[in-house]
Design a protein around this ligand. Sequence first.
Ligand SMILES: NC(=O)c1ccc[n+]([C@@H]2O[C@H](COP(=O)([O-])OP(=O)(O)OC[C@H]3O[C@@H](n4cnc5c(N)ncnc54)[C@H](O)[C@@H]3O)[C@@H](O)[C@H]2O)c1
Length: 318
Amino acid sequence: MKKNPQEATNLSRRQMVKNSSLAVAGLGMANIAATNPLQTSANKNQTGKVALITGGARGIGRAIALSLAKEGANIVICDIADQIPSISYPMAVPADLVETKKLVETEGVKCLSMKADVRKSADLKKVVAQTITDFGRLDIVVANAGVANMGYLEQMDDEAWEDVIAVNLVGVARTLKAAIPELRKQEKGRIVVIASVSGRGGSPGMSAYNASKWGVIGLTKSVAGEVGKSNITCNAVCPTAIDTPMLQNDFVRKLWSPNNPTPEGLNEGMKRSHLLPVGLLDPMEIANAVTFLCSPQANFITGVALDVAAGSTARNSA
Ligand SMILES: NC(=O)c1ccc[n+]([C@@H]2O[C@H](COP(=O)([O-])OP(=O)(O)OC[C@H]3O[C@@H](n4cnc5c(N)ncnc54)[C@H](O)[C@@H]3O)[C@@H](O)[C@H]2O)c1
């Protein structure tokens, strides 16, 4: 039975409101595993498929894992689940990986969870090899793992600047390189790279992050040309500000909302940059776009960078 669109909207609205308050309370997205009783295996798009999501321990990666699990895919999540010393906000911990796996399994699919650093090809090869051992195939890759460091270029340590490029650009390239041979074996596949609206313009104090995100959009478009004849699509999603620990931390609140460094202050600031009347978006909004790009409805969409930006990029010419 197909989902009533109105009902689907109401469901996701309710979930969004619940999720935002939980995320602000530091509880992440524990509630979004609620199974939609209207969805049966007959109308799930990804039953029998396998999806790998990097940076899947929390935030947007967790939402993507849950969204693809709801579509019936078996899920592989990997995450560094450790602190990179130059990063000024707390990164994921092993318990986050455990929590995502638990939530994914609530959807009735299998989940392989591994610690892996996307800067290391050897780690990624192990993840892909274990995926094939456990599931025998790989159909979808979402290169989501990312970090942010802020500061004016002339004041930033080389290490802090280069770590962002190493994770957000080199790490994405290495992820795709490790996964593409398995996608080619299926003669069909989906690659989605999580870029950012920061890859659409420039922002003082964010040169490393913006350079990495412009870079992955170029990478995405180039790889789309390399894998297209194998019936593999390769697209980027460019989120605006999303309610995840990357943004919801003291460091970012003080930087972006110095007069009111609270979740509310940050939200109001973001609202001003959007055309639509919304501040920070829920991670599920990005998961919805990724899930669409992996669906049959997007069979012939490739090489695009899709803004999920509440209109914030409409003023730019990029
Ligand atoms: N939150 C936002 O406002 C926003 C906006 C635009 C784009 N993005 C992008 O979305 C993606 C997810 O970010 P998020 O907001 O969920 O942040 P997050 O910090 O909550 O999640 C990122 C995850 O990536 C993992 N990770 C970082 N470095 C890694 C590495 N070297 N190897 C493996 N895993 C690693 C982290 O441990 C973490 O679990 C990132 O690429 C980010 O740049 C986020």
